[in-house]
Design a protein around this ligand. Structure first.
Ligand code: PEP
Length: 243
């Protein structure tokens, strides 16, 4: 089974969502490919009602707190009420633009797990960190801090997303992806004692490059931003992988 998760980011109006649902429903989905889409909160319920039989629907972020004086936040418990099954956590845009720390991300991971929402923890190095040969150190620190006190190996995934590859059209080679994903699995197994966790690759994946980029034996699938905004392109990534 390969996993293809989409991240719509802050895109799509209700009109776009309705036409996306129509387009997605028209597609013949490939076997052995699991699709999921992380949508803006407001579309969670509609997408779930219309697409949940074909595609898992989740969100892009959640609150680290359960409830209280956190104006503007949405808790895992609230998301549960609307059938949210997964959430991205620690996406690099949130780390960079909203200054999320590994400690806050850890609280979000724990909150998601306590409420039966699967966190997809995003980790990855910046261009500067890559150039300074710090990729492994960065990945290990992010994994160790963000997964602190997580007791089970089940019900979470990790997405390896080099920050410099997100939305840029520039990607690592398939060998670089495989090396970093297998390093992540090694850290998960040896340092964090988590066996069998799925690890996705994310960063400028599209129908043309998906087969090549995801060909490493450790890579369990993809997290897709831009190309997930078009239902045909998004499903096409799965079709290419399945064929
Ligand atoms: C992302 O937002 O997680 C992502 C991978 O974006 P893109 O596919 O557009 O690079």
């Amino acid at each position: 089974m390969k996993y293809i998760y989409g991240n719509w980011k802050e895109n799509n109006t209700l009109k776009d969502v309705l036409s996306y649902i129509k387009q997605f429903k028209k597609q013949k989905l490939p076997k052995n490919i699991h699709f999921g889409i992380a949508v803006p909160y407001l579309y969670l319920q509609k997408m779930n009602q219309k697409l949940s039989k074909k595609c898992e629907i989740g969100v892009q972020n959640l609150s680290f707190s359960r409830n209280g004086e956190y104006t503007g936040e949405v808790s895992a418990q609230m998301l549960c009420d609307f059938g949210c099954s997964f959430s991205l956590v620690g996406h690099s845009e949130r780390r960079q633009k909203f200054k999320e720390t590994n400690e806050e991300i850890n609280q979000k991971v724990l909150s998601a797990l306590q409420n039966g929402i699967m966190p997809i923890l995003c980790v990855g190095e910046t261009k500067q960190e890559k150039d300074e040969n710090k990729t492994k150190k960065v990945l290990k620190t992010q994994l160790t801090k963000c997964l602190k006190d997580v007791s089970s190996s089940k019900n979470f995934m990790v997405a390896y997303e080099p920050v410099w590859a997100i939305g840029t059209g520039v990607t690592p080679t398939k060998d670089e992806i495989e090396a970093n994903v297998s390093y992540i699995k090694k850290v998960l197994e040896e340092d964090i004692k988590k066996i069998g966790v799925c690890v996705l690759y994310g960063g400028s994946v599209n129908p043309q490059n998906a087969v090549e980029l995801l060909s490493g034996k450790s890579v369990d699938g993809a997290l897709v931003g831009g190309a997930s905004l078009n239902a045909v392109k998004f499903v096409d990534i799965g079709k290419k992988l399945a064929s």
